[in-house]
Design a protein around this ligand. Structure first.
Ligand code: ASP
Length: 342
């Protein structure tokens, strides 16, 4: 008989693991060892659950490359002993972390499901229980002895998304995330419906490896009418800057004025990687479609296609952390690594 799946629950911080002190009203982190006491429903799940927590759980606004490496190490050290991983994380930067981990974990053949909540687990109207219980169920799904999900995902409010396709859209609604350019991988209603055709194709039979080198010498620049020459010049002059994600208008358009193109052209010639992503909440960059993007293409700006800003900046950190040439960087960035662009 097939043994029950074993799931590792990793608590990094965020609202989901907090309870309210009813006297002071303040939110504080609760002892994760008491998780099964607080959510007795977890005992009904058809899997074995073990938990591990950051020594000092964080608000996800304090997430950084060293903490991504910590999550990656936890998964690496436990990879052979668990069938799936559920990462409890603050919702504010969850899309960045899910994107980052999707690149850091290579040839992943097990589910890594990020989830969190808008209300603390101890709150009467909490969304934490449903998110947590269903995330664990999803991580436990198996077909022909293999995990159904073999990629980094994000589960929130009845939907499972590819992690590196998501973005947080609401600070208030339970439905806090969306995946603007890629359909949900699964939906939870009366039944849990997985859209198998949307899942990442099985990775080749290479060994699972983890890359913890993420280079944080990058910047996101959002275009706005009136951006000045002094501002752009100061940004590209930042010492050690290696990459820029340029959030442009519409399908990848930016000012065609000489000063703008000339600053970027010189920066690119000096080795700066500039990636064009749209600041629209959906759709794709298509350089050359308008005159205002033709020059960007000519000076060597990389197309981010329909990638999210979160995935673009973390992919940039990841590729910069690898030992690759400038030409390979462009080719690799414009090619899907983990289903992050179409
Ligand atoms: N500020 C919190 C965090 O991201 C919000 C949340 O947990 O949803 O850690």
């Amino acid at each position: 008989m097939l043994s029950k799946p074993t799931i590792l629950l990793v608590y990094t911080g965020g609202t989901i693991g907090m309870v309210k002190n009813f006297e002071t009203g303040a939110l504080k982190v609760f002892d994760f060892k008491k998780l099964l006491q607080r959510i007795p429903e977890l005992k009904q799940l058809d899997c074995n659950i073990q938990t591990v927590s950051f020594d000092k759980p964080i608000d996800s606004s304090n997430m950084d490359v060293s903490k991504w490496a910590k999550i990656a190490s936890i998964i690496e050290n436990n990879y052979d002993f668990f069938d799936g991983f559920v990462i409890l994380h603050g919702s504010d930067t969850m899309s960045y972390s899910a994107s980052a981990l999707s690149f850091m974990l290579q040839n992943l053949k097990k589910p890594v499901v990020f989830t969190g909540s808008q209300l603390p687990i101890g709150d009467l109207r909490t969304d934490a229980k449903e998110n947590l219980i269903t995330a664990i169920q999803i991580a436990s799904l198996r077909h022909k002895h293999q995990p159904v999900i073999q990629e980094v995902c994000l589960y929130f409010e009845y939907k499972l998304y590819r992690g590196n396709r998501t973005t947080k859209i609401s600070a208030e609604h339970f439905n806090a995330f969306t995946s603007p350019n890629y359909p949900a991988l699964a939906e939870s209603g009366v039944h849990l419906k997985v859209s198998s055709e949307q899942l990442l194709a099985e990775s080749p039979d290479n060994d699972f490896t983890v890359s913890k080198e993420m280079d944080p010498n990058v910047v996101i620049v959002k275009m706005f009418p009136g951006i000045s020459e002094a501002v752009l010049a100061a940004i590209v002059a930042i010492p050690g800057l290696k990459g820029m994600v340029l959030e442009t208008y519409g399908s990848g358009n930016a000012p065609s004025e000489d000063w703008f193109i000339s600053i970027l052209k010189t920066a690119i010639a000096n080795g700066l990687h500039v990636v064009n992503v749209t600041q629209c909440s959906g759709g794709s960059v298509n350089m050359g479609h308008y005159e205002t993007s033709t020059m960007l293409k000519e000076i060597g700006v990389i197309s981010g296609a329909d990638i999210t800003t979160e995935a673009a900046i973390t992919k940039m950190m990841y590729l910069l952390g690898q030992d690759i040439s400038n030409t390979d960087f462009k080719t690799l960035f414009e090619t899907s690594q983990r289903g992050e662009l179409s």
